[in-house]
Design a protein around this ligand. Structure first.
Ligand code: HPA
Length: 270
């Protein structure tokens, strides 16, 4: 694995004159932010050695290296999901590459269903913590000690200082920022109303199909993590209506300027 990562890293370094310090993983419908990168170098995942290729609607599938809010960044426009059939090693491979490119802070975003009954579609949620409801773990198997420890601590997976910063920036911009627990499932079917009632009782505020494996790997490698969910819909059974990927994409489209403003302001202060 180390060799694969370093081949991908070298390949990128030979072509891209940016040494990124901050990584951004842009979730469903939130990829537009990558268009704001200046002096941008776009690298389709498919060109990078050992990278899988993204297939899901709403994900362009490329790295955008450049300057954003005055900082050297690597933005992932599109990510890999377990439900697409990739292994968790593949899903988290870009995080490993980001770390070995020199990135020590990663901002992970996603679209999620709101479980907290007080919230509305279109709200933004700072991820305080997560529940790994995939019953999978990307670290199962041989541990590469050069990458991280066998038993990584997850007691502060989402960095407290970064969360405080995000709250200050939201306040400065007059953006309502919720805070809560993200429950990660494999998908791709949405949850049933009974499952959502259970997840609420277990302490979840939002539910989605990404992020958890990436955050586990980022923590394994000692990165600082910040997570923001766009509540794209209320989870199954909260409203008496079916869920659809179209609704998820429509809400992301609706909140993109609020989302972009917040992320830009956070990155500026990092
Ligand atoms: N459930 C799971 N994943 C999601 C949802 C949802 O309601 N909305 C966006 N991603």
């Amino acid at each position: 694995m180390l060799q694969k990562i370093d081949e991908a890293v070298k390949w990128i370094q030979n072509r891209v004159p940016v040494a990124p310090k901050i990584g951004l993983v842009l979730g469903s419908g939130l990829g537009v932010l990558a268009e704001e990168a200046e002096q941008a170098h776009r690298v389709p995942y498919g060109k990078i050695p050992h990278f899988p290729v993204s297939t899901v609607e709403g994900h362009a599938g490329q790295f955008v290296f450049g300057t954003f809010a005055g900082k050297p960044v690597a933005m992932m426009q599109g990510r890999f999901h377990y439900y697409e059939g990739y292994s968790l090693e593949q899903v988290t491979f870009p995080i490993r590459v980001m770390k070995r490119l020199g990135i020590d802070t990663v901002l992970v975003t996603n679209a999620a269903g709101g479980i907290n009954p007080e919230w509305e579609a279109g709200d933004l949620m700072l991820i305080k913590d997560h529940i790994n409801f995939t019953f999978q773990n990307p670290l199962i198997g041989h541990n590469e000690t050069e990458l991280g420890p066998r038993f990584p601590d997850m007691s502060e997976a989402y960095n407290r200082e970064l969360r405080d910063l995000a709250k200050r920036m939201a306040e400065r911009l007059g953006i309502c920022l919720r805070e809560g627990v993200y429950v990660g499932l494999t998908g791709p079917s949405y949850e049933t109303p009974a499952e959502i009632r259970m997840l609420r009782q277990l302490g979840g505020d939002a539910v989605g199909m990404s992020t958890v494996p990436e955050v586990i790997v980022a923590k394994h490698m000692g990165m600082r993590v910040l997570g923001i969910s766009c509540i794209s819909n209320l989870a199954a059974g909260i409203l008496d209506q079916p869920l659809s990927h179209e609704e998820v994409m429509e809400t992301a489209e609706r909140v993109k300027s609020k989302f972009s403003d917040l992320v830009r302001e956070i990155v500026r202060e990092l």
